[in-house]
Design a protein around this ligand. Structure first.
Ligand code: PEP
Ligand code: CO
Length: 449
């Protein structure tokens, strides 16, 4: 079968789609999208697949991170630069800790759609469609803003292209002057119990960079010629399928809206429309696995997902992102590894320590604590080691900005501090300092500090 039928998902009920008011407009918008150039290329996608295959063998480490939901307003040079900077810094710290090259994947250039628990939201007796992400509607609680508008999909495609264009320019031009300590914004280190360790780590990294530069005569920016890959949740199938193409001299279908799409926990039903679509694309793909069902049911689901999505055991094809929460990890994670083993196939295991650790403060803000996030990662590292599987990477919701959305970290943010800089419309993110500190603690745990 050279090109399988990519449209079988259309015969199924597609869960978690917005209530688009007009099917004709949706069709017209996606037809325009279908005529546009792709955002990424199949050779970039293949390169990433190769690197993910190496991560699954323990020869690389995946760092994936970015906003829960990008916003159209957030498509600014400063914010994009800050996101790259924090991911790059974290990756250098993780290289140090893991002694492995790090694959950097942003939750960016297309993370504009969210699954919601309910299609509607009611406030003071008024019911409106939920906010589904900037690709669909706007967050303000008023009728006009909340009306799903399929033409926003084009705005999302354009924002993704603008973001990617800027990223490619920055990366090509060598944006990061890594060996200057002032580049690192390390004020928080003086508040951290492990401040001295952190300072030493950064020094070591800076010295390592100068050493490499001296050795090679190239600047750090050239040395790393850092690649960034893109990822987002493949949720809105009308959008994704409009940017799914054949390419010359390769078989099959390529989803070219992003390098590395993932299936969210809520849409990962083995018989569902999302799985039917992902089954037929050639990209490396990820699936979120959570504790929303019993351990036995989770194992059955994962075995079936592997049969459908990963029948040929193609290296790098399938990543399982476990997000059990700190409290459930000890029960679920060994069971997950066990059922994967029984399939005889290789997957990349990655820990998302964010989505299983969400709680609501007394003031009604969604938050996560730095300590719970770290605990889930540390438990995952230990458990993978105990059962002999590879802890292959981490998946964070984070931002390069100085927000106050998660509690804890060196500055000890408390629930009552969160109002000061809470921006997220959806899930709470680690801020830049918390992200750096998290990378340092993971690095330390993995033996690098
Ligand atoms: C997300 O990654 O933003 C998300 C919704 O995750 P999950 O599907 O794991 O709940
Ligand atoms: Co989220």
């Amino acid at each position: 079968m050279k090109h399988s039928d990519i449209n079988t998902w259309r015969e199924k009920v597609v869960p978690h789609q917005p209530p688009w008011p007009c099917a004709d407009q949706l069709e017209a918008a996606t037809q325009e999208l279908a005529a546009f150039p792709p955002l990424v290329t199949s050779w970039e996608v293949e390169l990433l697949k190769t690197q993910l295959a190496q991560a699954a063998q323990g020869d690389r480490f995946l760092l994936q991170g970015g906003d829960c939901a990008e916003t159209f307003d957030g498509c600014t040079p400063d914010r994009i630069t800050n996101k790259l900077k924090i991911l790059l810094q974290m990756s250098l710290i993780l290289v140090h800790g893991t002694r492995r090259p790090v694959v950097r994947v942003g939750r960016f250039a297309g993370q504009y759609a969210k699954p919601r628990s309910s299609n509607e939201e009611t406030r003071d007796g008024t019911t409106l469609p939920s906010f589904f992400g900037d690709n669909v509607n706007r967050p303000a609680f008023e009728e006009q803003s909340r009306r799903p508008d399929p033409w926003r999909l084009l705005r999302g495609y354009e924002r993704s292209a603008l973001t990617l264009n800027f990223i490619r320019g920055l990366v090509g031009g060598g944006f990061a002057d890594l060996h200057h300590p002032e580049y690192w914004d390390l004020d928080f280190v003086s508040h951290a119990e492990l401040g001295d360790d952190y300072a030493r780590l950064i020094n070591e990294i800076a010295n390592g960079l100068s050493f490499m530069e001296t050795l090679s005569g190239a600047s750090a920016a050239d040395l790393s010629r850092v690649d960034f890959f893109t990822s987002h949740e493949g949720l809105l199938l009308n959008y994704e399928s409009a940017i799914t193409r054949h390419v010359p001299r390769r078989d099959g279908w390529w989803l070219l809206s992003t390098h590395f799409p993932w299936i969210g926990m809520r849409t990962a039903c083995p018989d569902g429309a999302h799985v039917a679509f992902f089954e037929r694309i050639r990209n490396p793909i990820a699936v979120k696995v959570g504790p929303s069902m019993s351990i036995a049911d989770m194992q059955k689901r994962v075995s079936r997902l592997i049969d459908v999505l990963h029948p040929d055991d193609e290296p790098g094809r399938l990543t399982l992102v476990h997000r059990f929460g700190a409290d459930a990890t000890e029960d679920y994670l060994p069971a997950l590894v066990d059922c994967v083993r029984k399939t005889g196939r290789t997957v990349l295991f990655v820990c998302d320590p964010m989505h299983g650790n969400t709680r609501t403060t007394e003031d009604g803000l969604k938050t996560r604590s730095f300590e719970d996030i770290l605990r889930e990662i540390e438990l995952s590292i230990d458990l993978h080691q105990q059962v002999g599987s590879v802890f292959g990477g981490v998946h964070f919701e984070l931002t390069g900005e100085n927000v106050t959305e998660c509690t804890g970290g060196a500055r000890g943010l408390r629930d009552q501090d969160l109002h000061a800089g809470y921006e997220s419309m959806v899930d709470p993110r680690l801020n830049a300092e918390q992200s750096l500190e998290m990378a340092m603690l993971i690095s330390r745990r993995l033996g690098g500090v």
